[in-house]
Write a protein that binds this ligand. Structure first.
Ligand code: LMR
Length: 357
């Protein structure tokens, strides 16, 4: 741990001991991104609502920006009970022994957020959370970030433009296969180390939703970004199982309600945060932003879609099938809604959300 992390850790222990002495239940919520990201804001929203609903019985301490732990360490800290709550990205569950979560890493599987939410909130999400029970972890809910974009120091239009680039990835076998399919050289690295690695040329590029890219100032050290929407980055909010099961029932009910409110808030702001971050990156002018044409996108898909088949035995063919079926159902509903004459639509209904890609 670096000096700053040690200081934060000591401070955290100090605050927690004082609160514990006052009879409060402490939830340490550790995460790796900036406070002004979708996850960072939702963690704060959860804190506010949880403390209000439990009338001071629970105190939530949020530690952003890897102040306490980096990616892999934070999962170990949750399992050992050093922290109680996290929201790791779905790409980080493989090393915990739950490779099925890599479903969400499959390139070009999810065409829009509506499909993602139905998959997360339905049977697939339940099956994934059931896998965590034996790991001392309870899954509470899924949060969004958004669709990922590629960045590096050279323009990336054709899929072949990534050939030979060293690309930072999260610890996911699917993301490793994705970069290899593109001819790039994937390097697993903790999120907190990415900016320096880009600055020093340890890696040439990375992938992330724009909110993460901008809030880590990666635009200062990346000359090009391609709006590829080639994959998705979201989160599972998880708690230490013994801690959660040991809470008084009324406290657990209030915290469940607080998490429901934080989730609604999070899903509401995520897309806007990414849109705003993109506007900021463009305004900063240090990164040239390019959007793939339909033909270029088809080229990327041709290279990346076969990964779905390659990972059937790791993730489960049933989960991939279910995600594809949900995407088809959502597309059908959106097409039906769009083809209905305006007069036959209920007055209060909103137009169907446009497909993301
Ligand atoms: C990353 O490591 O790129 C992301 O998982 C960071 C995050 O938590 O959004």
């Amino acid at each position: 741990m670096k000096l700053r992390a040690i200081a934060m850790f000591v401070l955290a222990i100090g605050i927690s001991s004082a609160a514990q002495a006052a009879g409060e239940i402490i939830i340490k919520f550790s995460h790796v991104v900036a406070p002004d990201t979708p996850k960072g804001q939702a963690a704060e929203r959860f804190k506010q609502v949880a403390e209000k609903l439990t009338k001071g019985k629970v105190k939530v301490e949020v530690y952003p920006n890897s102040q306490l732990y980096k990616d892999r360490e934070e999962i170990e800290a949750l399992q050992s009970g050093a922290v109680q709550m996290l929201a790791p990205s779905l790409s980080k569950f493989g090393p915990m022994g739950a490779p099925e979560f890599q479903l969400f890493d499959l390139p070009y599987l999810f065409p829009n957020q509506e499909t993602l939410h139905r998959v997360m909130d339905g049977d697939v999400g339940k099956k994934l959370f059931a896998k965590l029970d034996t790991k001392g972890v309870t899954g509470l809910t899924f949060w969004d970030n958004g669709f990922k974009q590629m960045s590096s120091n050279k323009p990336m239009h054709a899929a072949a433009d990534l050939k030979g680039l060293k690309m930072r990835i999260q610890s996911s076998k699917v993301l490793n296969a994705q970069m290899k399919a593109l001819g790039a050289n994937p390097q697993v690295m903790a999120f907190s180390e990415v900016y320096t690695a880009l600055q020093q040329g340890v890696v040439d590029g990375t992938e992330n939703p724009v909110s993460n890219f901008y809030t880590q100032k990666m635009h200062e050290v990346q000359k090009h970004m391609t709006i590829s929407n080639h994959g998705y980055l979201g989160y599972a909010v998880i708690v230490n199982k013994n801690f959660w099961d040991g809470l008084p029932a009324d406290v657990r009910t209030s915290l469940t309600q607080a998490m429901k409110e934080a989730t609604a808030f999070e899903r509401d702001v995520a897309q806007k945060d990414n849109d705003d971050a993109l506007a900021q990156v463009i305004a900063a002018k240090s990164t040239t932003v390019y959007t793939l044409t339909a033909a270029e996108r088809a080229d990327w898909q041709k290279v990346l879609l076969p990964i779905q088949k390659d990972f059937e035995s790791v993730i489960g063919a049933d989960l991939i099938l279910s995600a594809n079926a949900t995407a088809a159902q959502v597309a059908k509903e959106q097409a039906d809604a769009a083809s209905k004459p305006a007069a036959s639509k209920p007055a209060a209904s909103k137009p169907a959300a446009p497909a993301k890609k």
